[in-house]
Design a binder for this molecule. Structure first.
Ligand code: PHE
Length: 374
């Protein structure tokens, strides 16, 4: 910058007053451009010294090189232009100082400062996953009739997952309940597995509590399964268990019927068919009359109802009266107590109720799916 001025000065020769105006305008434009760069205290000081420094500042050099040697007839004009430039430079430099001090007008300060006029950051509010919502809905229904909610471990021993549920080592139902085994160091006392159902929590609950027991157990369960539209190696169940001294089959079916009507609507009917589970006797499979075609098997459009495939009934879940053999594992007196248990598949129920045709969408967490269930 100074060399430019020196050159200009040499060119000028300060011989003509008419040459002064464009020359000072150029110096001033340069000053204005420099001023914009002085955005913090450090840059401001260097800027101030460059322009106002007593020895080598631009204004000092203009005084020495332009004003002092100016011809007598030009001195006045050079002096006036210099004073005008000085006033501008001093005012602007002071202005920058104030701006930097107050934090305004400087790019650095603006970056760090809070600008209250900016729009806020919108954080989208999420919602509970549909499966969680269905869990909650079912829990509410059972809690309202005196059940409490308990949970148990997803990593289980074969004892809780199988043996204590009356499923001895080579029992054929173990084939349907193959699962994932945890790799343990050689010589570990018991193998560990991912539970195949929430039923082990029946055992854990009865071990800890004397009858009466009325619990539901929401949770995640695992099986060795190949994923497709209706299978997943991880899925969800709610176990139910009620044991007391005088629980009858009627209490059992009445409770289930109440739950199903609460969940699907008062107009549905329930029925049960004989089934088999090693830990219930008798065992049943509960069906609900198809909530979508009113049990007629015919869709509103006239064709076959796609939900129940024309059957008018939809299979819901397995259940039964607790097998007395199970009481033997938890030191309950099988001659004094009785009860019932059920295991509801949550994914299936949610798919049914909300018309979802692929279980995998529960696990993909595609927001376009999730947003449909706010
Ligand atoms: N645990 C069984 C299953 O996962 C379901 C069930 C639970 C059946 C309780 C009867 C009683 O298939």
């Amino acid at each position: 910058m100074n060399s430019t001025i020196d050159k200009k000065l040499a060119e000028l020769g300060v011989s003509e007053a008419a040459g002064l105006a464009p020359l000072f305008a150029e110096v001033r434009a340069r000053f204005d451009a420099d001023a914009a760069v002085a955005t913090d205290e450090f840059a401001w000081k260097a800027f101030r010294d460059a322009w106002l420094g007593r020895k080598n500042g631009v204004l000092a050099r203009i005084t020495d090189n332009w004003l002092k040697p100016a011809a007598p007839e030009l001195k006045r004009a050079v002096g006036a232009a210099l004073n005008e430039l000085r006033a501008h430079v001093e005012a602007r430099i002071e202005g920058r100082r104030l701006a930097i001090e107050s934090g305004a007008g400087s790019a650095t300060a603006a970056r760090d400062a809070v600008d209250l006029s900016l729009p806020g950051v919108t954080r989208p509010i999420g919602s509970r996953h549909l499966l969680r919502q269905v869990f909650q809905e079912i829990e509410d229904i059972f809690v309202s009739i005196g059940f409490s909610v308990v949970e148990g471990p997803e990593i289980e021993t074969p004892y809780y997952n199988f043996e204590a549920l009356n499923i001895p080592e080579h029992h054929p139902v173990r084939d349907d309940m193959d699962t994932f085994y945890l790799e343990l160091p050689n010589g570990a006392a018991t193998p560990l597995l991912l539970r195949t159902h929430t039923s082990p929590v029946q055992i854990r609950t009865m071990e800890k509590h004397e009858p009466p027991v009325r619990v539901i157990v929401p949770g995640k369960v695992y099986r060795r399964d190949n994923p497709d539209a209706t299978h997943s190696f991880a899925f969800h169940q709610i176990e139910g268990l009620a044991v007391d001294t005088d629980i009858t089959f009627c209490d059992f079916t009445g409770t289930i019927d109440y739950f199903v009507k609460q969940f699907f609507g008062a107009s549905v009917k329930t029925r049960f068919r004989p089934s088999y589970f090693p830990f219930t006797e008798p065992s049943v499979e509960f069906d609900v009359s198809c909530p979508f075609c009113g049990g007629s098997g015919t869709a509103a459009s006239g064709g076959t109802c796609s939900k129940c495939k024309g059957a008018g009934w939809i299979e819901l879940f397995g259940a039964g009266m607790v097998d007395p053999a199970v009481y033997g594992f938890v030191n309950y007196d099988a001659t004094k107590v009785s009860g019932f248990a059920f295991g509801i598949g949550i994914d299936r129920l949610a798919m049914l109720k909300y018309g979802i045709d692929d279980i995998q969408v529960f696990f993909q967490n595609d927001v376009r799916f999730l947003r449909q269930f706010p």
